[in-house]
Design a protein around this ligand. Sequence first.
Ligand code: SF4
Ligand code: SF4
Length: 621
Amino acid sequence: MLKDVLGKEGEKVFLLGNEAIARGAIESGIDIVSCYPGTPSSEITDTLAQACSHLRGKMDYFVEYSTNEKVAFETGIGASLAGKRALVTMKHVGLNVAADSLFSFAYVGARGGFVVVTADDPTMHSSQNEQDNRWYGKSAKLPVLEPSGVNEAKELVKVAFDLSERFGLPMIFRTYTRLSHSSGIVDLGEIPEKRFEKVGWERRPETDVVLPAHARKLKLVLLEKLEKIENHFDKFEFNWIEDGDGDTGIIACGLSYSYVKEAIENLRSKNDFDSPPVLKLSSMHPVPEKLIERFTDGLKKVLVVEEVDPFIEMHVKALDVEVLGKLSGDMPMNYEYNVPVVEMGIARVFGLEPSRDYEAIMNRELASIAPPRPPVLCPGCPHTATFYAIKKAGGEVLPSDIGCYTLGINKPLEAVDTTICMGASAGVANGLSYFVDGKIVATIGDSTFFHAGMPPLANAVYNNLNYTLIIMDNSTTGMTGHQPHPGTGIRACGEGRRVSLEDVVKGLGVEFVEVVNSYNVRKLIESIRRAIEHDGVAVVISRHPCAILWTRERKRKGIEVRAFEVAENCTVCMKCITDFTCPAIFVDDGKVGIDAALCVGCAVCASICPEKAIKPKGVGR
Ligand code: SF4
Ligand code: SF4
């Protein structure tokens, strides 16, 4: 909670991992935070955005929801080069977008502290892949830190800023879903006093311009910095060795350290088993080789417990010790870890009996849980109306994008044929339009369009391609918690200037541009038909606020939200179920009904019912 995040020095408060990171940034005296929201990272910047007005005049900092992660990263670079502290946050795949800047900024080096938080998503709870961003550290030659708990997350952010300035290196701070979204007790430190102040600009082209002659020298400087920080990590206070018995040790990385500790306690309750030696690691790259050698000296085997990829395991393999982990098959290669997974792995390696029969428990739990319910778009979601209209208008080839609207894949809409990454609906439509026989109608959200949809649309205009792009404009970034974007005209901490989607699209050279209210299904179908018939790239902006925000806004203004109901003249043709879908509509005992508690009164079902049997509650009975 914000009041806890803003608590006083010396207090102990219960915070979400992401809130702890936000508090760490505040205690670090950050000057700016920039991000593109992405689960599981979003609450970091959301918290800092809420906190900034409370801290204004005491600890000033800027907050920016950037158009995409590369822009966020570069905003942070600008601040760092001006000697200011920048926190940049994103989900793991966001770092792919920012990677171009990341690799070059590694050569330039940080001036003011620069920390990029990347939130990995093992098991892909809300992501298109399971990606381990420690590899970015190795590949870009940058340090990677990974906390082992919520309190440590806060402390490690402060350390990351200090190290960034001390070694002149941008720091990668890796978290992941279970850490970002778990809660723990946090010891609050001091919030520094700091006012906004402009600084003079000092030209340093020899470091800040990465033309080849400079870059060749800068690479050597980067390697030197990396060696120095590796030496530092060999004695780093967030890495430590815990003595134990036996000749098999455990290397526990980041949050896995907490799992390992709990798993050992569980195993000791069931087995005659002394705790093995444990190396707790929070610096992932450069790998602290001397520390690992000290730990493995005298051990015959070592089990590595780490999230996602066998990153440390592969490094330790070079040492003179048998290494167990993902590659040896002793720990699962895929999906996220937890205490049972880790306990079963340790039990296997040490020949112990797990404290519980986890497999039986999991099978029992699986058998007892309710049948799986696929996630659905919300009642009254404007995207549902748009997908319905696309199918009715004759859309046949349907590339889509990243956002709530990916749920349009489900029956009965089945209006999503491809989803690759941000902006790829328009990009894939480019390629499809060269070869595929069929009416291509691509869909993309408003925030996603600003993020990565503009370049592929410019490409379509430039290459005279022929497809329809529907920009589903619900005036927010819906999936990550309703953050604003340039099309909303709202900034993280106040008013901004609205960037008009239609002006941008026209400015890119698209000749067919129409804007339609998503809830006006008849007009939307007509507009999409015209767009499909248009010779060349055509854009339809289907616009209606996200149903959640729309309902919240009407309630705030005291406007009655009127539910709809099914009248007696319903012929049970089932069109509202088989062609359309809304979670508020149900079938009970062969009759169609509407759940008034869920219905937001959008009237779209009424407009698609051939019998005009759906009416506002209390009308037409
Ligand atoms: S579409 Fe209309 S008539 Fe058909 S089942 Fe639904 S409410 Fe009844
Ligand atoms: S009016 Fe119809 S489509 Fe809209 S929320 Fe209610 S039941 Fe769903």
